[in-house]
Design a protein around this ligand. Sequence first.
Ligand code: SF4
Ligand code: SF4
Length: 281
Amino acid sequence: MCQFCVTHGEGEKWYLRAENYAEDLLSDLRRRRFVEGFLADSDHLRRDRDRLERLARAPGFVRRAVARGISWRMKKVHFGQVVPLEDLERILGFVSSVVRLACACRQVSLGREARYCYALSLAPDGGEFRRIADRLDPAYFKGPDMQGLETLTCEEALASFRGHEDEGLCHSVWTLVTPYIGVVCNCDRTDCMAMRSTVVHEVPVMFRAEYVARLDPDRCTGCRSCLRSCQFGALSYRAGVGKAAVDASRCFGCGVCRVACPTDALDLADRASDPVAARLW
Ligand code: SF4
Ligand code: SF4
């Protein structure tokens, strides 16, 4: 289990505990200010992106020390975890409102609005998060779609998550001052700061999933359709045996590769069951 399951999940998966989505957590003034600042100022991501690019040019010992410091700080305020679709479905079983909003990362990387983020609430009307977001300066919505926030039913949200998975995007949950979980994001390593930070710059700001991919060699025909679906470089092709292979040391357990496989040769196993993956978060 990841560190957050131990500290915020009482031994269960921390993101499956309704307490971590509770409205009363958002009544905490420090957390409210953090959420307001986070939503209102996407320029902070631009500054972070520039810092990461500068850090990539620093000596290795500096990079490692700074990366540890950033991870430590982010675990307190805004840290994520990869979550496969089936666990998102379980989350949607106890939250009662989902609001789709513009992805702050893509505001920076694409320079326009793209709706890949979903605010979750136990309150049917979107609760405090919605009230904070409703007060945002309309200038936040810079793209062609100016309709403001969209409220989705849980069924609509699940269908939307499936669509993102078909696009090859990796689902993740995010804290807004830990352990409060405010949003689900749908990430790729090019445009999403957190994934880029974790995978490309080796500055971890998200945990791997509680799972790891497992390949059934009897089902694998070696068609290689799955190889491009993995954003983490965990899949390869073994020409000698004519089958795909999973590198458990790279796998983040997102489960997106399953969509690409026509023979259901890929599934997810508990991370703890794999001796290599169990040590990696
Ligand atoms: S191998 Fe599959 S489950 Fe693992 S990171 Fe790649 S796409 Fe995700
Ligand atoms: S898509 Fe499925 S059958 Fe094709 S190589 Fe990958 S695991 Fe094997």
